[in-house]
Design a protein around this ligand. Sequence first.
Ligand code: H79
Length: 432
Amino acid sequence: TAAGPGTDYAHDDPFTSERTDWWRQDRFGMFIHFGAYSNWEGEYPRADGTVCRDAEWIQRSCKIPTDAYEKKAATFDPADFDAKAVVKTAKDAGMKYIVITSKHHEGYAMWPTKVNSWNLRDHSSFDKNRDILAELKKAADDAGIKLGFYYSIWDWHDPDFPDPATFPKYEKRMYAQLKELVDSYDPALLWFDGEWDTEDPHNPWTARDGERLEAYLHDLDPDLVVNNRVGKRRVVDGDYGTPEQTIPDAPVDGQLWESCMTLNGHWGYARYDQNWKSPGSLVRNLLATSSRSGNYLLNVGPDSRGGIPRQSVDRLKQMGDWLRADGQGEAVYGARYGGLVDEPAWGSVSRKGDVLYAAVTDWPAAGQPLHLKARTDFKIAHARVLGSDQEVTVTRSGDGYDLTPSGGPTNDIATVVRLTVDTGPETPTSTG
Ligand code: H79
């Protein structure tokens, strides 16, 4: 929850770790869920003629026998996976980093690991000379995009995983795989998952295991940004918190955070799921996260051939169009919690130094003001609408300020009012 007015101003100033600096500026990333599950495209046809549906959890939720699952993986041939196109999709969306599943709960490695043969090179119909993580790394480097890997601790395939007696053998292989990933692809970030306590299969992972792994990884590469699911999601675990499919309603005290979300209702590709979020709600989500000092990690799920669904690409493109239009991305990149004012019902307010960005999703009727409720004393020196030369009248009003635009919004999603503020002691005045 938000702290009181006195400490708001300094909010997230404790987060000055050099390691997370790029990540805190970038604000917007692409999550990619891609694995052997993608080859099912969300549908498992049962022997009785019915179809069981789910995405990256399909093996568990549809109780697919191991031999059938392995047989299906042997036909996995994502020949259309185009790393350059993926990176271009991310870049055009205004995304600054990519996190791809290197191994999800199914245990299948998306790179040619030497640890086992349950991987895209040794257990697929894919070109043996290709390595999609290497391709992605190259394309991301060329485009100035950071690359990170998701890695599930919970593993449904490794026979040594669930039994605490054999778990150390699994852990050794996990360490070896992570070393391969770090050595071969030099990722900027590792995104762990599946750290939670659960049965079927039992998950022996402890907070202590997380601390040990985190130390090991930072020994390999001190710059690696690591999420909090490396441990048990305590504030001390990893570099940042990971709310999933939800956005905290205020900045999170004492912790960096990133909300990961889907574009439809699933992470992995599910051909039947056409429940797509609108570009407007996606931009509002991005504004909500950045204005509360969080990041937004938005997911795509490539299909069995490795292509990102057209519906995903279209929506991401519209987000990028919004971010590029009139420099509106200024309100997101490098921005954080506004602090000086309460979050208004008509939009969100982010801050970068002396500038507040009021992103207005509900533009007022002609002559009506946008009210900003002040949490502390400050002065608005200047107000203007990005992409418009209209006047904005600023008046001191009761518990804050009224901003009265003289014209309409510049776009249908969110129009940004850029406010230059002075936090000095002078009395606020009105300005055009
Ligand atoms: O990769 C995506 C999901 O597949 C994965 N995380 C995102 C990023 C994810 N897996 N599970 N969940 C999210 C939701 C958590 C389900 C759980 Fe449970 C409920 C874990 C513990 C209780 C299901 C029921 C698994 C164990 C019991």
